[in-house]
Design a protein around this ligand. Structure first.
Ligand code: SF4
Length: 332
């Protein structure tokens, strides 16, 4: 049995051809799933009962079980991929439409010191159908999704092939038709994979977790910095910006007494001077780590603004239901 959510339209057409089923029927099914929000063959009214039975004999359409948690500004989905593997996705409604924050790995191997997912540890990469399931469940719950951010559990660039297949499926104009500009990928800064993304010519927005203005501190809180330092990271980001024209934002969570002094702000401003990178200053959501929320968010931001740096304060939504930035763990 093939999970239907693993397949883009051309794969589905090929599979149907092998079974001597006309191609147009693949298109009908694909449209039901991604345009009319039903994955259940029994609800596909323009498909005959004989075809429904035939399709169900080689295509799996069952969704995993899930729970919903409603916060003041967000909705969290806890999806049970298997007996022991749970992942979380967050729906963030706004005036511009609903954004879906999707997970790409069960856990994360990068062990950023302040992040609950990193603390939880790594289990495995999610497959394409598991990534797409998050979108299907959100739509099924009545949230029309207009933007995707790969910012949930995991480092998307460590599961790049599956993330790109999922992106292609959601980007397909015959289905969900989400424009490539509607996708943002968040990364801790894996240089070879950023190059790969650039070579493949996917013009996806990048949100890069910087979180420290110098290598010594960044290596302490984000071990990946021992492999890819800040200077090399910024160089590849400049190249990415130039080649793709896509926006780059640098994410900076303010941690009390760690990276929130005016000296840190000065170092950060020196790093990005002369670029058009956008800095998102993020309020820390309490995790089980030793870190605490900084009181310097406004002072830090004002300092950067005076230096003419593009900066926005992001008060992370979702902390009331443990759905905020850095809080996802696959637990309730
Ligand atoms: S911040 Fe991102 S890359 Fe770092 S441990 Fe958490 S999920 Fe992984």
């Amino acid at each position: 049995m093939t999970n239907i959510l693993e397949l883009n339209l051309d794969d589905l057409e090929k599979l149907f051809s092998k079974q001597n089923i006309p191609k147009y029927k693949a298109k009908q099914v694909f449209e039901w799933i991604y345009k009319k929000q039903t994955i259940d063959f029994s609800e596909m009214t323009n498909i005959s009962n004989a075809d429904k039975t035939l399709f169900a004999s080689f295509l799996k359409t069952a969704l995993p079980s899930y729970e919903k948690f409603f916060g003041e500004k967000t909705v969290k989905l806890l999806i049970k991929l298997s007996e022991k593997d749970n992942v979380e996705s967050v729906i963030i409604p706004s005036e511009k439409g609903n954004t879906l924050c999707m997970s790409t790995q069960v856990g994360c191997p990068l062990k950023c010191d302040f992040c609950e997912t990193g603390i939880t540890g790594f289990v495995r990469n999610m497959n394409v159908s598991e990534i797409i399931t998050q979108y299907i469940v959100a739509q099924k719950e009545g949230y029309e999704i207009s933007r995707i951010v790969f910012m949930g559990m995991g480092e998307p660039l460590l599961n790049l092939d599956n993330v790109l297949v999922a992106t292609d499926i959601l980007n397909n104009p015959k289905g969900a038709s989400l424009g490539i500009r509607k996708f943002t990928l968040s990364t801790a800064g894996l240089i070879p994979e950023i190059k790969k993304l650039m070579q493949k010519n996917y013009k996806i927005n990048l949100a890069v977790s910087l979180h420290a203005p110098n290598d010594k501190l960044r290596s302490r809180i984000m071990p990946i910095n021992n492999q890819y330092n800040i200077k090399d990271l910024l160089l590849i980001l400049l190249e990415y910006r130039q080649k793709t024209g896509r926006r780059i934002s640098l994410e900076y969570i303010l941690l009390k007494g760690v990276n929130d002094s005016l000296q840190d702000a000065q170092q950060l401003s020196n790093l990005v001077k002369g670029t058009d990178f956008h800095i998102n200053l993020i309020e820390f959501n309490q995790t089980s780590s030793k870190y605490q929320k900084s009181d310097n968010l406004s002072i830090f931001s004002e300092f950067l603004l005076k230096k003419n740096i593009n900066v926005t304060i992001r008060k992370s939504a979702g902390s009331d239901i443990k759905a905020g930035c850095g809080m996802l763990s696959g637990k309730k």
